[in-house]
Design a protein around this ligand. Structure first.
Ligand code: ADP
Ligand code: ADP
Length: 226
C-alpha cells in the first residue's frame, strides 16, 4: 500500500529551486535517499514530515491530503521525524527530552508513557545515560537521542535525515538492526551518505539531483550503473 505519495511537488527558496516537480510514492520498507549536497533530500523529508508545505503539487500521507488541521494532526501523531539538526532544550536530560516529545505526540497508547520512553532509549542504547543532561552528551549520543524520539510509538512513517552521521561505527551497526526492524512494518525514508547503510538496509534507492529524481530503483541496479 502507498503511504506517502508526492505528485508534482515543487519547492523554491527565493532564487533556489530545491524540488522541481517530483513524483514519488512509497510504501512499507526502507528507501534510501541519495544525492549530492543541495539535491533536495532534506526538503523532500521536511515536506513528508509536514514541517514544510510545498509551493506546488499534492502530498498524501497515510491516505490523507492534509487539507485540514485535523488531518495534519492525525498524520503528525503517526509519523516519526529525525531532522538533519535536532534542537535540544539544553537543560533537559535525555529521558526528559524524549518524554517531552512523547507528550507533544499525545501518547495515549497501550503502555504507560514512561515505559515507551524507556523502550526507545534502550533501542538506541542510551538507557544508561538517560539521566545525564543533553548538553553533556557527545555528538553521536545526541544523534541517537534524536533518533529515539523519532521511534516513539512505532510510527507508520519514519523520516530520517542522515540518522547515523557522527555515530561511531560500532553503534552504527547496532542502529542498522533497529532501522531494519522498523522497515518491516513502517515506511522508512532514509537520507544518507553512508553507502554501507544503503547496501545493508535499503530495498530501493531514489537519487535526487538539483531537485529532480535521477534514479529510482533497486540498490543492485544503482551499483550496476554507477
Ligand atoms: P540536500 O538535503 O540534498 O543537501 P536541501 O533540500 O537541503 O538539499 O537543499 C536543496 C536546495 O535548497 C539547496 O540549493 C539549498 O541551498 C537550498 N535551501 C535549502 N534550505 C534553504 C533555505 N532555508 N533557504 C534558502 N535556500 C535553501
Ligand atoms: P485550508 O485551506 O482548509 O485551511 P490548507 O491547505 O491551507 O487548508 O492547509 C491547512 C494547514 O495545513 C495550513 O496550515 C497549511 O499550511 C498546512 N499544510 C498543508 N499541507 C501541508 C504540508 N504538506 N506540510 C505542512 N503543512 C501543510
Amino acid at each position: 500500500p502507498t503511504t506517502i505519495s508526492l505528485a508534482g511537488v515543487a519547492k523554491r527558496y527565493r532564487g533556489t529551486t530545491a524540488l522541481d516537480g517530483v513524483d514519488l510514492s512509497f510504501g512499507p520498507g526502507i528507501t534510501g535517499l541519495l544525492g549530492p549536497n543541495g539535491a533536495g533530500k532534506t526538503t523532500l523529508l521536511r515536506i513528508a514530515a509536514t514541517v514544510l508545505a510545498p509551493d506546488a503539487g499534492d502530498v498524501r500521507l497515510l491516505g490523507r491530503t492534509l487539507r485540514s488541521t485535523e488531518a495534519l494532526h492525525d498524520v503528525r501523531c503517526r509519523l516519526g521525524y529525525l531532522p538533519q539538526e535536532m534542537g535540544f532544550p539544553r537543560t533537559f536530560t535525555g529521558f526528559g527530552f524524549v518524554d517531552y516529545m512523547a507528550v507533544l505526540k499525545e501518547w495515549t497508547q497501550r503502555a504507560p508513557r514512561h515505559d515507551e520512553v524507556r523502550r526507545v532509549l534502550a533501542l538506541v542504547d542510551l538507557d544508561g545515560l538517560a539521566t545525564k543532561r543533553v548538553r553533556t552528551l557527545s555528538g553521536g549520543q545526541r544523534r541517537r537521542l534524536a533518533l529515539a524520539q523519532a521511534l516513539l510509538g512505532e510510527p507508520s512513517l519514519l523520516l530520517l535525515d542522515e540518522p547515523t552521521t557522527g555515530v561511531d561505527p560500532e553503534q552504527r551497526v547496532a542502529l542498522r538492526q533497529v532501522l531494519s526492524r522498523a522497515g518491516e512494518r513502517s515506511t522508512v525514508l532514509l537520507s544518507t551518505h553512508q553507502t554501507e547503510d544503503v547496501e545493508a538496509l535499503c530495498d530501493r534507492v531514489v537519487v535526487l539531483d538539483r531537485g529532480r529524481v535521477r534514479f529510482d530503483g533497486a540498490v543492485t541496479d544503482l551499483v550496476a550503473t554507477a
